[in-house]
Design a protein around this ligand. Structure first.
Ligand code: SIN
Length: 491
């Protein structure tokens, strides 16, 4: 597969450690595959614990000088990185589409989305402030400083290969931390391209280090970081079981943690909702990235009074979505990331149908001539809590509709999950809006809005969806600790 990049140097196939592009110490390689066909088109290092430790050596050595730079200097370098990301938007979008499968149009959007976090945190770097506290005792001064935590390990998922790593690295660098990063095994090329751009921007040696590893070698890399007391923070986006493992294993060195984990988002359409707006919102949130998004609605609750009308309007829109290869400019839904992903979607739909759901549109694999990983955008009705798709993220283009009768019932069902990342609801009743927004047990709520993520907003969950926030001023705070100074004898 030819990427046809305007800047061929963006295609990096080695680790970046201490400003050097290197192979894995043992020379092992990992194939990167086209998600549609499963065919390998590039190779990157399959790193192990030795490579992971070398990356920490570099990050730990770079930390004192980087953290002592002025906030303005760090901000200027991060802004240069931001400008280069924008300059190479088209190439980066091609890399994202090729390794992850999202349509080019969406990949271009992802570059802008990720870049917005880089710009935001460059600006926030210069606004880091502590406090001067009124003294309780005469002759004393009480000051609160914000300091970078130290070396940060960033472990990122495949669904947003650029945005997820950008919104971890940018605040870390802005705060004065140095970074070791490991992108997902399915999508290492976008991350390596970003690292190359950071190098071109003048981010100093050792401040940003990146190693790639296969699913088999990832535990070795991550365990090396978990055990290393020089790594002071882990930031992770991915599954809840892995997040729990990181929390358990980092206890030995009590690292700071940010965990953005699985979701099971409810999307509620009340009887007083604007149905066209609700359909628009569901299309935007459910079918973004083919439904492979932690915040995408997994359970759609529709009031019985508007159920049939809503389903009819939704099915028309979903049935018209164009499924196709990521490089097809008209495609709106690309292939799923791999065979495991498409098998899980098929399993969830089959289980739902066996337990009484009805397929209104979709419900099958499609475009098999282009590869085995395409699944038709699907609407199911008569979904119930007994179905697998009600308890577990489907992570695919499937909208199961649950019919409900009253507000108390739907709030109870929406909260009846261990997860608490995002929730959405549509209503035009202002009293209900406040009641429901407060009753939903999630870190984020979209009210008459399906697209909620933004660099200025705190992204993150509650319950088993994790803790810590990305974006906003809270996202910078997660990379700093608070130091209290008490100076006496001043009276
Ligand atoms: C995710 O799926 O984890 C992130 C989605 C987003 O940033 O909107």
């Amino acid at each position: 597969m030819a990427l046809n990049l305007a800047e061929p140097a963006l295609l990096r196939t080695q680790n970046l450690i201490d400003d050097q592009w290197r192979d894995a110490g043992l020379g092992a390689r990992l194939s990167v595959s086209d998600p549609a066909t499963g065919e390998a088109f590039a190779c990157v290092p399959d790193s192990d614990a030795g490579d992971a430790r070398l990356a920490v050596d570099a990050a730990a050595a770079a930390f004192p000088a980087w953290s002592r730079r002025t906030a303005r200097e760090r901000a200027q370098l991060i802004k240069r990185w931001h400008a280069l990301i924008l300059q190479h938007q088209e190439d980066l979008a091609r890399i994202i589409s090729t390794e992850q499968g999202k349509p080019l149009k969406e990949a271009r959007g992802e570059v802008l989305y990720g870049a917005s976090y880089v710009e935001w945190f460059a600006e926030e770097a210069t606004r880091i402030c502590g406090d001067i506290v009124a003294e309780a005792v005469p002759g004393r001064k009480l000051l609160v400083l914000k300091e970078p935590v130290g070396v940060v390990a960033a472990i990122t998922p495949w669904n947003f290969p650029l945005a997820m790593i950008a919104r971890k690295i940018a605040p870390a660098l802005a705060a004065g931390c140095t970074v070791v990063a490991k992108p997902a095994e399915d999508t290492p090329l976008t991350a390596l391209a970003l690292a190359w751009l950071a190098q071109q921007a003048g981010i100093p040696a050792g401040v940003l280090n990146m190693v790639t590893a296969s699913r088999e070698h990832t535990p070795g890399v991550v365990d090396a970081w978990l055990l290393d007391s020089r790594v002071r923070k882990i930031t992770f986006t991915g599954s809840t079981p892995v997040g729990k493992h990181l929390a358990r294993e980092s206890a030995a060195t009590l690292k700071k943690l940010s965990l953005e984990l699985g979701g099971n988002a409810p999307f509620i359409v009340f009887e007083d909702a604007d149905l066209d707006a609700a359909v628009d919102g569901l299309m935007a949130s459910k079918f973004r990235n083919g439904g492979q998004t932690c915040v995408c609605p997994n359970r759609v609750y529709v009031h019985e009074a508007v159920h049939d009308d809503f389903v009819e309007r939704l099915a028309q829109r979903v049935g018209a979505l164009h499924v196709g290869p990521a490089t097809d400019e008209a495609a709106q839904i690309g292939p799923m990331i791999n065979a495991r992903a498409v098998d899980k979607i098929a399993r969830h739909v089959d289980d739902a149908v066996t337990r009484g759901a009805r397929v209104v549109t979709g419900g099958k694999r499609v475009r098999t001539e282009d590869g085995p990983h395409y699944y038709a955008p699907t609407v199911l009705v008569d979904a119930t809590p007994a179905m697998e798709l009600s308890c577990e993220e489907t992570f695919g283009p499937v909208a199961p509709i649950f019919r409900f009768r009253d507000e108390a019932e739907v709030i109870r069902d929406a909260n009846d999950t261990p997860f608490g990342l995002a929730a959405y609801f549509y209503s035009n009743d202002v009293r209900r809006i406040w009641r429901v927004a407060q009753a939903l047990e999630t870190g984020m709520v979209g009210i008459n809005e399906g697209a909620i993520a933004a660099e200025a907003a705190p992204f993150g969950g509650v319950k088993e969806s994790g803790y810590g926030r990305e974006g906003s001023r809270h996202g910078l705070d997660d990379y700093m600790h608070t130091k209290y100074l008490c100076q006496g004898q001043l009276g």
